[in-house]
Design a protein around this ligand. Structure first.
Ligand code: WTA
Length: 636
């Protein structure tokens, strides 16, 4: 058992009280269980007005020593990473802590050979292969800052991220397998890099064996540059000692305005928070196998496939494929094959698998499961119940974990088997986390069952430190709305037990199959089409995806074939963002409902998309109220 694991509800209450009475002492206690090269001068400093936060100030460390080296003596032969390939007929790969340590040391040495230094940004676009984890940890080993780009993003999205991060190095694969598809990742990278002349170095890991073009001088095969590495030297080369507040990674995520933001997390605080939250929420016990189905291109994969589990010496299972290929029993097959103890997935996957009925579960032994978890969006009661009954067989606690890219780790969740659960409630904050609900005027909402804006009244070790290259954007997005608080962008209410129920985003961020997308981002992409005058995008309830994308589009006169234009619009979105951002519904309209000052009244468009065509509320401020009627009449 880990010293900072709370095993009973009383233990939780006691820890919560301690964290409230003396937060610094509480966190110093937790942080004391990690390896530091130099201890901190102070535990925490927060300045909400300027969005300046530091944790374990002055401490020096290397996170990979905490993820790898410190387990070698006791757990060197335990499996650190277990890789399940896309194709169930292909070989599983297992890397013990000793093997993963060795591979990370070798890759770190290779990166040094490639001229990559502390503080350099390295973009990674690899799909779900073990070498992705090795590449991330190798960056962290030498103090370079990784920025992983989800494999579904388009060339344009890669270019935007590479440029924003000022990256001169990129690591990719030749291709990736995704269900029945093979995706030519390197080709997409080539397209992206036409726009990024600053990238001088591309390292390509061979995975699918598909043909690729290698640009002389810029592109190098991973296996070839690895030949430079002397294993002994690599193992002896000390890990870079970095400051607790040095950046560990940048991860881009969508906000309500403009381009995605590069959320920056730093080494010390992120390490402590991911390990602490992992150990407590999932109640991980030594020897258990943890299967998080997320893609490492999103924060869930960073925190709960890589850093959290490895920090506490767990066995982390990573899965290359998709839940429905070769059939809808794939997850259950993986659980059965590896005797998985903890399954952590998303409501969209649960709803999608639920739609296939119980058939795919038949013949699969799920008796190894102890804890099942959910993340990414509010889980509806029906999906919760199915997950609980059919997957957990009524005996596994369900942890509904609420958090965000910006929070680094889980903030509100039941602790498995410790906190009494309640379907579709994320329940209680972890010790050290102080949520409040505020109304528009910034006053606390104390009434039960009344919705408020979910905010945090104090900082925690995993809080966002900045948005890369533009600190003001970070301050304005999260710390401006309610002075003295971190603003999450989510709405929530509380029940009589103090349990939180998250009701979803209250800003212009959509959550489509757990993918976070800004409406402005999608509109900008649609507007790139030469025949589009303007557009407005809103979300609508979708049975499987949670939210679907509804686009209202004004096109130039004389369009002969609206269906062809619809396809072209979706191709444009795929080109500028990625195929996962395609619109489910595209309605052509003659105009958008705008106020006299030119602002689009999204409230109305949202109502129509949701199926409400009668009660529109006040439309008197509209420039042309007639347009609303037309839009409602032609609703798709
Ligand atoms: C939503 C994913 C309800 C929420 C870790 C948040 C949730 C956004 C839950 C962050 C949950 C995540 N219940 N809503 N358990 N978990 N969300 O940055 O709207 O990709 O703001 O991080 O997902 O998405 P992100």
């Amino acid at each position: 058992m880990l010293p900072y694991q709370m095993r009973t509800f009383d233990g939780y209450l006691d820890a919560y009280r301690r964290s409230m009475e003396d937060p610094d002492a509480f966190w110093a206690d937790v942080a004391g269980h990690f390896n530091w090269h130099r201890k901190w001068d102070f535990v925490s400093r927060s300045d909400f007005d300027n969005a300046q936060f530091s944790w374990f100030g002055g401490a020096m460390l290397n996170i990979t020593e905490n993820c790898l080296d410190r387990h070698l003596e006791d757990k060197g032969n335990d499996i650190a990473l277990c890789w399940e390939p896309n194709d169930p007929a292909k070989a599983v790969r297992k890397l013990s802590y000793r093997e993963l340590h060795r591979e990370v040391c070798r890759a770190a040495e290779m990166l040094r050979w490639q001229g990559i230094c502390k503080g350099d940004r390295v973009c990674i676009y690899m799909g779900m292969v073990p070498e992705l984890v090795i590449a991330m940890l190798a960056c962290a080993r030498i103090g370079a800052i990784h920025s992983v780009i989800f494999g579904g993003f388009s060339a344009q999205s890669i270019a935007d991220r590479v440029e924003d991060a000022g990256a001169r190095h990129l690591i990719c694969c030749d291709g990736a397998f995704r269900g029945a598809k093979e995706i030519a990742l390197k080709d997409i990278v080539d397209d992206a890099l036409v726009r990024c002349p600053a990238v001088a170095n591309v390292i390509v890991f061979r995975h699918t064996g598909c043909p690729v073009r290698m640009l002389e001088g810029r592109d190098h095969w991973w296996h070839e540059v690895m030949l430079n590495v002397d294993d002994q030297e690599a193992l002896q080369h000390p890990a870079e000692s970095v400051d607790s507040e040095d950046p560990l990674f940048i991860l881009y995520t969508s906000g309500s305005t403009g381009k995605p933001k590069g959320v920056v997390h730093t080494c010390g605080g992120y390490m402590v928070y991911t390990a602490y939250s992992f150990a407590n929420v999932f109640q991980y016990q030594p020897g258990q196998i943890h299967f998080c189905t997320a893609d490492i291109g999103w924060v869930t994969g960073h925190s709960y496939i890589v850093y959290g589990p490895l920090c506490i010496g767990a066995t982390s299972l990573m899965f290359e494929g998709v839940p429905t290929w070769p059939d809808a029993g794939r997850f259950w097959h993986v659980v059965d094959r590896h005797r998985v103890d903890i399954l952590y997935t998303a409501p969209t996957a649960i709803r999608s698998l639920m739609s296939f009925g119980e058939g795919p579960l038949e013949g699969k032994d799920l008796s190894s499961l102890k804890v099942i978890g959910s993340v990414g969006e509010p889980i509806n009661e029906e999906a919760w119940q199915w997950y609980h009954d059919q997957v957990g067989k009524g005996r596994c606690p369900v942890v509904d974990t609420w958090w965000q890219t910006e929070t680094g780790g889980i903030l509100i969740s039941t602790l498995a088997g410790v906190t009494p659960q309640k379907p579709s409630f994320a329940t209680l904050p972890l010790p050290g986390i102080f949520p409040v609900l505020l109304n528009e005027r910034g006053q606390e909402v104390t009434a039960l069952h009344e919705n408020g804006y979910l905010c945090m009244a104090a900082s925690w070790p995993g809080i966002i430190r900045t948005t890369y290259g533009n600190h003001e954007r970070c301050r304005a997005a999260y710390f401006n709305q309610f002075p003295g608080y971190y603003f999450t962008g989510d709405g929530a209410y509380r029940d009589e037990n103090g349990y939180y129920r998250i009701t979803g985003r209250i800003d212009d961020v959509l959550n489509v199959s757990g993918h976070r997308l800004g409406t402005a981002e999608i509109e900008n992409a649609i507007n790139e089409h030469p025949e589009i005058v303007e557009s407005a995008v809103v979300g609508f309830p979708h049975d499987i995806k949670g939210q679907g994308i509804y686009a209202y589009v004004v096109h130039t006169p004389d369009i002969a074939q609206p269906d062809a234009l619809r396809n072209e619009i979706n191709e444009t979105i795929a080109r500028f963002i990625g195929p996962f951002a395609r619109a489910d519904k595209i309605q052509f309209v003659s105009g958008l409902p705008k106020t006299r000052s030119g602002k689009i009244m999204r409230r109305i468009l949202r109502k129509i998309a949701e199926g409400e065509t009668q009660q529109m509320g006040d439309v008197t401020t509209l420039l042309d109220p007639g347009v609303v009627e037309e839009i409602a009449l032609n609703r798709l």
